[in-house]
Every structure is written in structure tokens, then in C-alpha cells.
Design a protein. Structure first.
Lengths: 643, 99
């Protein structure tokens, strides 16, 4: 790649950052045109990314990885960290996903947020998010990645709590931030271990040194990276923030909490592949975490009546698939990224559709009060329908290619693992089909449950299709949901494209699944059809109650996210509070009391000694003489005993 | 004559001086006590110089004399000034520095 093209890389980060800075600094004066600045910055970033991508495509595969070092950032003794950008197929995949989906969502937000007083501030934060996310994926070392990592955390916090005049939203933002902090600690510890063991933080240095390190070290680093990924990607046990994050405006949920930021954990693990390669235990834990989360999210998704929270649970579950793939080693990396890209498209499309439905339903999110909207919101219904088929994995929609690949890969291996992971992934696909179909049928099919005529005390509503600025991004994303999988899968295009990063994943000869591929595919499709049919029978052919009906224990548990908050509060929050309270108590009664007592004692001693300052010169003289006498006596005694 | 006798004399003179300083209130008399203590010390120094055949003690005695002379000048000036201001030469009355 020419240096000229490469030197464009910093502008990928700088452009949206400048946009955000401009919007925040100019302030209210830019209220009327600020959102277009945001759209412009995002579009310009996409164009820059496209230029670099085209230049990269013209190169042979082995020359596609390049580092562009702007300057030395930190130079501290043995440790030197560059302000450098890694431009390679993996980072460019993310750049294209983030900027393309991001730009569409910027455009959508112009209309979606048009009635909001703070639309300009919203766009400033969106631009800030794009800048931070691009810094995260373009950094050529872990420390700079961490800056982007924290940046997206900040943008996520600001955007979840965007309507912070409502207390639950502010609390949700804080919750997301705090849970992310726990994950961040993992990344910090991982970096400490890298500095201690390898003496460097650059991807190139660490990955080269990793193969020579002891397995204990790499496993520790791998597990810490997993902790970081769990925080950002809402995986067990740090998944509880994602559902609440839906308090943010819907475009934020689409961009940050579905398509891009939450996939940062998957990026981190795929990027750290060479470390995980020599840490099989960590890989196994990653796969287990992914499997558990994909089932957890799927089960929660089945019971949620809030359209956004159902989608959030689905996101959690789909990222679980990606984590599972990332835990399966080099065979899985490319498929994790593949699913990440297709998921980015169809999930963003589904969220934008949900936003469009909410727009029509006066910001109501309860699907039990939707129903029969297909005829009134035709564009939304069709685009969401395409996204639905994509996430179900119906051929030839994009989810079919990416998810089936992960399920097949899960069946690869020896011993118990392929059977457990494989069938869990298979089961997840069936449940996914059920809850996504439930969402679609509850919203668009069945009887209308939202207006006064249904007999309830609901307000009169007049649903209408969203304006063109909102429907066009949805249409484009729907096109991506339909065709992207086929396009990227044709001739293993994405897999070969990612090969310089993920390593050579060919040689299917010794990566044969324990079940024949056609069997797996058939089983998946059967489960998907069964799930969808069940949802159709329950929610399209039979009347849906507007209140959540009585349900068995599992459903009730799933409605409250399988008691995730109770678990966190019981096992983490309360012990933490007791710990801090007892620390405060110990501090007051032991430490403070000790030092205050000492200080008080010295004060009293001083008061007593002050009494000696009588002001009588003769008394001072007597004390001096007495002291002299004591000294003479001591010297005499000491010299007497010495001799 | 035994040289130690000079030392006994020095101790007696020093004790007399110290007692004067501690017991008398009149600043002039206290001052005289101090002078007596200084001269007792001088006597001891000279005696030690003699005992050791070393001139250092005598040199030190000269220093003490010079310093004592300067001290007398300054000290008497202070006493006179205090007496003029407060109509008293008692050391017990001069306790203004104690708040």
C-alpha cells in the first residue's frame, strides 16, 4: 500500500472526532444545521475508508497488512508505545461496517430525533462514538486500543443516558458504565501481564512473543482478555447492562448496542488470536461463555414483551454465537467476523424497524399492545421481515451463511466438546427462530391490540409509515441482510480476505464435523421451521392478551432476565456494600481512632509542657542547671561503668 | 600547692554564682552571679591548661573574657532600659514574653 493511502488512516479517526468537537464547542448556535455536520463527518469517514479498502483490494493478500506509525506516544524506560494504526483486512472490515452502518443510522437519526431539543448533542455523541470505535479497531497496540475501548464506553454511557432527565435512563447509563468498568479491569490486567512478560504492547510484538511464553501466562492473559470482552460484548457474567441500555434512543441501540460496539469484544479476541492459540484452556472457557450466553440470551428473548429488550436479548445471544466461534480457534475466527458483519446489518435493520414501529406507536415498546401493523407500516414490515428471515438463517438470506458456518464449526473437534457446543448452537438457532418470529408476529400480524376498538383503555392511535429519511436506511440495511451473506460467502470471499489476520483456515480435511454437514444443515432448518411455526401458531393465529398471562416458572424468570439483577445484587453488590461499610467502620474505629488518639495525646502532653513556660527567668535558669546536673551525672555514671 | 585545690575553688565559686542567679531577684545581682560563674569556669580552664601543659584552656579563657566583656555591656544596657521603662530591676517582673 502506498504511504499516501496509508497516511489517510489517522483521518478515519480524526474526521468524526473533529465533527464531534465542532458540534460540542459551537453549541446551541449549531442547533439548526448541526445534525448535517454529523452526517457529513460520518459520510466522509466512510469515503476515506472506501478509498483505503479499494487500495487494499488491489494488493496481493500478503501485502495487505501495514502499520502506520504517526509518532511515539509514550516512551517510558523499557516500554515504548506508538501512536500507530494497523491497517489490515480485519480492521478494514470493521471500518467499513462501522462507517457504513453508522452513516445510515446518522441519516435515520436526522428524522428520528427531529423533535428532540438536543438533536445536535446527540449527533456530537454519535460522531464521538464513531471516532472511538474506529480508534479501537485501527490501533496497532493494546494501549491505543484501550483508549478507543474507553472512548466507546464513554459514548455508550452518554447515549444510553441521553434522556437523563428520566431517572431510569440515567441509572441504565450508569449501570452500563459500571459493568463495563469490570471488563476494563480485565483488559488493564491483561496489558500489565503483557508488559511484565513481553515488555511490549504492540500487536506485532506481543503476538510474536506469545508463542514462546509459558502456557500459564498466555492462559492468564487470555482469560483477562475474555473478561474484557465479556464486559463490552455483554456476555455472561457481565451481560446485565445490555437490556437496560435500551433506555437510549433507538438509533443508539441499533448502532452501538447491536451492530458495532458490543462486537468489540469479539474483535479483541479475534485480534488476540495468536495469544489464544497457545492458551487452549482460555479458548475452551471462551467457547463455554459464548455457548452459555447464546442460550441465556435466547431464553430471555422468548419472554420479553418490550420489543427493544427482546432485540437486546437476541443481540446478546448472537454475540454468544460469535464468542463461541472465536473460542473454537482459527477455524472459527473468520466465521465469528462473518457473523458479526451480517449480524451488524440485519440487527441494525431490525432495530431501526423497531424504532420506526415505536415512532408510529407514540414510543410504546410493549409488543402486547401492537399487532396487525403490517398493512399500516408496509416498508417497516417488509424490511423487518427480511431482517427476520436473515437472523433465522433461512437460505439464502445472509444469516444462513454465517450462522450455519458457526454451527458447523461448533461440531468440529474431539471428545465431548463438539457434541455439547454443537447441539447448544443448534438449539440456540431453534430458540432464535421462535423468539424472533414471536416478535415479528406480535408486531405485524394478528389482531390490532393498540387502539380503543380493541376494548381496552388504550389511547387512540393513528400509526403511520415513517418519513423517507428513516425508511431508506432501513431499506438499504434490508438489502444487506438479504444479499451480504451470499456475496461474502461466494468462493469463501470473506474467509480468504481475513486470512492474513486469522491465519490459514483451509484444510477442511482434518476439520471435519462429527456430524455430516448436510445433516447439521437439515437439523438446523428443521429446528428453525419448528420454532417459527410454534410462534406463528401462538401469536398469529391465536389472540394475544394485552397483559402478560400467567406462565410457568421459567417464563417468569426469563421475563426478569433470569434474575440476573438479583444474582448480581446478592452476590456482588450486597457483599461489596458490606465490605465498604465494614471498611469505613474499621477505618473510623481502628485507624482513625488510633491516629486521633495519638494526636490528642501529643496535644495534652503539649498543654502540660506549656505549664513549664512560667515566664520566670530564674525558673528557666534552675531547669537549665538541673539539666546540666543530670548530664554530668549521666556522663559520670556511664564513664564510670565503662572504665 | 596541689592544682586540684584550684578546681575545688572553681567549683565553690561556680556554686556561689549559680545560687546567686537562682535565688536573687535583682537583675544587677543576678548579673554579678553570672560573672562569678564565668570566672569560676575561667579558673577551671586555666587550671586544666596547667595540668595538661596545654595552652588551649588559656586561649579559651581569653575568649570567655572577651565575650563576657561584650555581654556585660549589652546586658547592663538592657537592664538599665528595663529599669527606666518599668521602674523595676526585678527579673521576676520581666515576663512580658509570656503571653
Amino acid at each position: 500500500m502506498t504511504t499516501q493511502t496509508l497516511s489517510l488512516a489517522p483521518w478515519l479517526v480524526a474526521t468524526p472526532l473533529l465533527g464531534a468537537a465542532l458540534l460540542l464547542l459551537v453549541g446551541r448556535r449549531s442547533d439548526r444545521w448541526g445534525h448535517w455536520i454529523g452526517v457529513l463527518a460520518s459520510t466522509a469517514t466512510f469515503v476515506i475508508g472506501l478509498v483505503i479498502l479499494l487500495a487494499m483490494l488491489a494488493l496481493p493478500a500478503e501485502e495487505r497488512t501495514a502499520d502506520h506509525v504517526v509518532t511515539t506516544w509514550l516512551d517510558a524506560g523499557g516500554l515504548s508505545v506508538d501512536l500507530g494504526f494497523r491497517v489490515d483486512p480485519l480492521s478494514m472490515t470493521f471500518v467499513m461496517l462501522v462507517t457504513f452502518v453508522g452513516t445510515l443510522i446518522h441519516v435515520y437519526s436526522v428524522a428520528y430525533m427531529s423533535h428532540d431539543r438536543d438533536r445536535r448533542r446527540f449527533f456530537a455523541y454519535l460522531n464521538l462514538f464513531v471516532a472511538a470505535m474506529l480508534l479501537l479497531v485501527l490501533a496497532d497496540n493494546y494501549l491505543l486500543l484501550f483508549v478507543g475501548w474507553e472512548g466507546v464506553g464513554l459514548a455508550s454511557y452518554l447515549l444510553i443516558g441521553f434522556w437523563d432527565h428520566r431517572l431510569p435512563n440515567a441509572v441504565a447509563g450508569k449501570k452500563a458504565f459500571l459493568m463495563n468498568r469490570v471488563g476494563d479491569m480485565g483488559l488493564i490486567v491483561a496489558m500489565m501481564l503483557m508488559v511484565a512478560t513481553f515488555g511490549t504492547l504492540s500487536f506485532a510484538g506481543v503476538h510474536e512473543a506469545a508463542s514462546g511464553a509459558s502456557q500459564g501466562t498466555t492462559t492468564a492473559i487470555g482469560l483477562m482478555l475474555l473478561l474484557a470482552a465479556c464486559g463490552k460484548s455483554a456476555q455472561l457474567p457481565l451481560q446485565a447492562w445490555l437490556g437496560d441500555a435500551m433506555a437510549g434512543p433507538t438509533p443508539v441501540s441499533a448502532l452501538i448496542h447491536a451492530a458495532t460496539m458490543v462486537t468489540a469484544g469479539v474483535y479483541l479476541l479475534v485480534r488476540s488470536g495468536p495469544i489464544l492459540e497457545v492458551a487452549p484452556d482460555a479458548q475452551l472457557v471462551i467457547a463455554i461463555v459464548g455457548t452459555l450466553t447464546l442460550l441465556f440470551g435466547a431464553i430471555v428473548g422468548c419472554a420479553k414483551d418490550d420489543i427493544k429488550k427482546a432485540l437486546a436479548a437476541s443481540t446478546m445471544s448472537q454475540i454468544g454465537y460469535m464468542m463461541l466461534a472465536a473460542g473454537l480457534g482459527p477455524v472459527g475466527y473468520a466465521f465469528a467476523i462473518f457473523h458479526l458483519v451480517t449480524h451488524g446489518f440485519f440487527k441494525a435493520g431490525l432495530f431501526l424497524g423497531a424504532g420506526s414501529v415505536m415512532h408510529a406507536m407514540d414510543d410504546d415498546v410493549d409488543m402486547r399492545r401492537f399487532g396487525g401493523l403490517a398493512r399500516l407500516l408496509p416498508v417497516t414490515a417488509i424490511t423487518m421481515g427480511l431482517g427476520w428471515l436473515a437472523i433465522l438463517g433461512v437460505p439464502p438470506f445472509s444469516g444462513f451463511y454465517s450462522k450455519d458456518k458457526i454451527i458447523e464449526t461448533a461440531f468440529v473437534g474431539e471428545g465431548w466438546q463438539p457434541w455439547v457446543f454443537g447441539f447448544a448452537a443448534l438449539l440456540g438457532a431453534g430458540i432464535t427462530a421462535y423468539y424472533m418470529s414471536r416478535l415479528v408476529f406480535m408486531t405485524f400480524a394478528g389482531r390490532r391490540r393498540w387502539s380503543g376498538e380493541s376494548g381496552g383503555d388504550l389511547p387512540e392511535r393513528h400509526p403511520h409509515e415513517s418519513p423517507a429519511l428513516m425508511t431508506w436506511p432501513m431499506i438499504i440495511l434490508a438489502v444487506g441482510s438479504v444479499g451480504l451473506g451470499f456475496f461474502l460467502n461466494a468462493g469463501d470471499r470473506l474467509v480468504h480476505w481475513l486470512e492474513p489476520v486469522t491465519g490459514h483456515t483451509e484444510g477442511s480435511g482434518h476439520h471435519e464435523p462429527v456430524l455430516a454437514v448436510p445433516v447439521i444443515m437439515t437439523l438446523t432448518l428443521v429446528l428453525v421451521v419448528v420454532g417459527a411455526a410454534l410462534a406463528f401458531w401462538q401469536y398469529a393465529t391465536r389472540p394475544v392478551s394485552t397483559e402478560p398471562p400467567a406462565a410457568p416458572a421459567l417464563v417468569r424468570a426469563a421475563r426478569v432476565d433470569l434474575h440476573q439483577d438479583d444474582v448480581n445484587e446478592t452476590f456482588v453488590m450486597l457483599p461489596g456494600q458490606y465490605l465498604t461499610r465494614s471498611m469505613v467502620f474499621a477505618d473510623r474505629t481502628a485507624v482513625d481512632a488510633g491516629w486521633l488518639g495519638l494526636a490528642g495525646g501529643i496535644g495534652r502532653l503539649g498543654t502540660w509542657l506549656r505549664g513549664m513556660q512560667s515566664g520566670y527567668a530564674r525558673q528557666y535558669a534552675a531547669i537549665t542547671l538541673g539539666g546540666l546536673g543530670v548530664i554530668v551525672l549521666v556522663v559520670w555514671l556511664v564513664s564510670g561503668t565503662a572504665s | 600547692m596541689e592544682l586540684t585545690n584550684y578546681l575545688y575553688l572553681a567549683v565553690i565559686l561556680f556554686a556561689l554564682g549559680a545560687t546567686t542567679v537562682l535565688l536573687r531577684r535583682n537583675a544587677i545581682v543576678v548579673f554579678m552571679g553570672i560573672e562569678l560563674m564565668l570566672n569560676a569556669t575561667n579558673l577551671a580552664l586555666v587550671t586544666f591548661a596547667r595540668m595538661h601543659g596545654d595552652i588551649t584552656g588559656q586561649v579559651l579563657a581569653f575568649f570567655v573574657m572577651v565575650v563576657a566583656a561584650a555581654e556585660v555591656v549589652v546586658g547592663l544596657a538592657i537592664i538599665v532600659t528595663i529599669f527606666r521603662a518599668r521602674r523595676s530591676a526585678s527579673v521576676d517582673d520581666a515576663n512580658l514574653l509570656k503571653s
